[in-house]
Write a protein that binds this ligand. Structure first.
Ligand code: F6R
Length: 615
């Protein structure tokens, strides 16, 4: 995690870097810092807290003129979040300064060696070890900064995206990556360095995404030189033209990115199936699937790996794939999968789901599956991300940038992509009839408008939120396709409002959790008229008779549950298999409003970061 930004060119560098850090705060926000070179000196300022705190501190501490700067926003790994552990870090001589996203796993022995050679350390970070290692190599081998970085990185085990510069060679920034993202924006006589493209999108659309084990020297007025860290071979960098625009990464009048992203779902779902699903012609086309159709059709099993919300999308997909295609599906937490010596064969198709495309555990699970010969398909949102490049093939979700830390539109668009794949395979395999296939397609077409309609419950959900905002526990129940939605609803509430919440399959209540029910306990029940409706009604009765409070998500016109629930939230009628795309919406709104009412930082919940690039 952590966000890194750098600038070298003809502008004042600080405002560029500061704005960039604000855009990257989703990656970590427990401390922040900048180093600016003004032609003579490095001016460094850093602090525990958010980028806004850094901005205040900079005003008191340093002058900000200079056309080279690097900045960092941190999600702590080694060393608690405090001023000293914040980045940038100086080398002992004060000549080198570095920012780093990642973890140097062998930092302890390296640190000990450096201490034995007389180096002193101010912080508890692995990063300070790295910058001193670079300094040590530079001195001992009598080499330039770029070479010193390369030699040092060959001694390092772990993950990194770094940017480092030398006070004595202030026309260049040296950058490198392994396992953490790093992109170089190419402007007119100026360069930008960042963890993703959002910090520089208003200046340039041209970018070089460094690959793992690559480094680059970004030199004022020169072409960017990219090399392999291991063998020093030169790489011809591919300059990509980005499709991103500024509007997509701004709040657009909403109070929070999360709310904006909830409201973007009708458009995001439409963009996800646009051009892929031709419902009038009865066609689904998706290059990544079409080109590998035999692999999918011959798969003896589909294995889904993901984390967090993406794992919940995987669980929905398990129900969808098994129902439509009759292929066995297993869904695994990527973090567990990779460490338990799983049985994987060449006959398995592995689907890796990730919004960011950078989640370290998912990435490692993919590598493991590939090493066993499985075909690995990625479902990612961020174009050009590590997972999208590591997988054998894939499909993007086209949700647009998701900046709120709590995932919303990523979830519904992941379900959309996975449902399209399942429908395509079911059609090919003949496991659903032609009329069923057409029925699904035309209902899928109607989903964006139905999500729009579901969003009309906003004020009603807000009113319910004000009633339960002080609850200390919540239960979320669902069955079938909506069991994963219950898990997702509980996760959303936990992560942004810090209320303890549990998701359960409704029928499991009686095997334990029912003991928790009393008059204080709000229970959110997803009770669409499809999936096991009568059974869910009975589950609601069981809760009511123990005085629990029921907030039910029901289908339009439901009168049965209206009579027994404390509150009902309606969604439009749809096919059972597609209900998660609608039932999720009120649960997102509920967690959003409760968090706002509890004065929680919705877009940047404590202890979290948007892309989890550590294991
Ligand atoms: C929850 C959330 C996280 C992510 C998880 C995986 O709102 O955002 O649980 O879903 O960290 O991230 P990706 O999808 O980027 O791999």
């Amino acid at each position: 995690m952590c966000g890194i930004v750098g600038y070298i060119g003809h502008r004042e560098a600080y405002p560029v870097v500061l704005k960039g850090l604000k855009r990257l705060e989703y990656r970590g926000y427990d401390s922040a810092g900048v180093a600016i070179y003004d032609g003579k000196n490095i001016k460094l300022s850093k602090t525990k807290g958010k980028v806004a705190d850094l901005e205040t501190r900079v005003k008191d501490e340093i002058t900000v003129d200079g056309s080279l700067a690097i900045g960092h926003t941190r999600w702590a790994t080694h060393g608690e979040p405090n001023d000293v552990n914040s980045h940038p870090h100086y080398s002992n001589s004060g000549d080198l300064v570095i920012i780093h996203n990642g973890i140097i796993e062998n930092y302890e022995p390296l640190k000990q060696e450096l201490i034995n050679r007389g180096y002193k350390f101010q912080s508890d970070t692995d990063t300070e070890v790295l910058v001193n290692l670079i300094e040590d190599v530079k001195k001992n081998e009598n080499v330039k900064l770029g070479k010193a970085v390369q030699i040092a990185l060959n001694q390092v085990v772990g993950a990194y995206a770094i940017a480092v510069f030398d006070k004595n060679k202030p026309d260049e920034i040296v950058v490198a990556r392994l396992g953490s993202p790093l992109v170089i924006g190419i402007g007119d006589e100026e360069f930008f360095i960042a963890s993703d493209a959002t910090p520089f999108i208003e200046y340039t659309n041209n970018a070089i995404y460094l690959e793992d084990e690559e480094m680059a020297i970004v030199r004022r007025g020169k072409k960017v030189k990219v090399r392999k860290i291991k063998d020093d071979s030169l790489v011809d960098p591919y300059v990509q033209e980005l499709q991103l625009n500024l509007e997509q990464i701004e709040k657009g009048g909403y109070d929070h990115f999360m709310l904006k992203e909830i409201y973007e779902q009708p458009r995001a779902i439409l963009d996800t199936f646009r051009g892929r699903m031709l419902s009038n012609d009865g066609i689904i086309r998706m290059a990544g699937v079409d080109d590998n159709i035999e692999k999918f059709l011959n798969a003896q099993r589909i294995l889904i790996v993901a984390c967090g919300t993406s794992w919940h999308a995987g669980l929905v997909a398990e129900y969808v794939f098994e129902n439509l295609t009759r292929t066995p599906v297993e869904v695994e937490y990527a973090s567990e999968f990779r460490y338990r010596n799983p049985v994987i064969t060449e006959k398995d198709v592995v689907i890796a789901i990730s919004q960011s495309g950078e989640t370290a555990d998912t990435l490692a699970a993919i590598k493991l599956a590939k090493s066993k010969g499985a075909f690995v398909f990625g479902v990612c949102n961020v174009v050009g991300s590590s997972i999208s490049r590591e997988t054998n093939a894939g499909a993007y979700t086209h949700a647009g940038p998701e900046i709120g830390v709590a995932s919303t539109k990523a979830f519904t668009t992941q379900i959309t992509v996975l449902t399209l794949i399942a429908l395509k395979l079911a059609q090919k395999k003949g496991t659903i009839s032609t009329s069923e296939f057409h029925g699904y397609l035309s209902e899928m077409d109607a989903i964006p408008a139905k999500v729009e309609k579901t969003l009309e419950s906003d004020e009603h959900v807000k009113a319910i939120s004000s009633i339960y905002k002080d609850a200390t526990n919540f239960l979320y129940l669902g069955r079938g396709y909506n069991f994963p939605v219950a898990l997702e609803g509980a996760l959303k509430l936990k992560e942004i409002s810090y209320i303890h919440a549990e998701g359960y399959p409704a029928a499991e209540m009686k095997h334990g959790p029912i003991a928790l029910i009393d008059e204080q306990m709000p229970v959110v029940v997803i009770a669409t008229r499809k999936g096991h409706y009568e059974k869910v009604v009975s589950n609601i009765q069981e809760i009511k008779s123990r005085k629990g409070k029921i907030i039910a998500v029901v289908m339009q016109g439901d009168t049965t549950i209206r009579k027994i629930a404390d509150y009902v939230i309606e969604i439009p009628e749809t096919l059972e298999l597609l209900t998660p795309l609608l039932t999720t919406i009120p649960l997102q709104l509920l967690s959003y409003y409760i968090a706002v009412m509890r004065n929680c930082n919705v877009d940047q919940p404590r202890n979290l970061a948007k892309s989890v690039t550590v294991e």
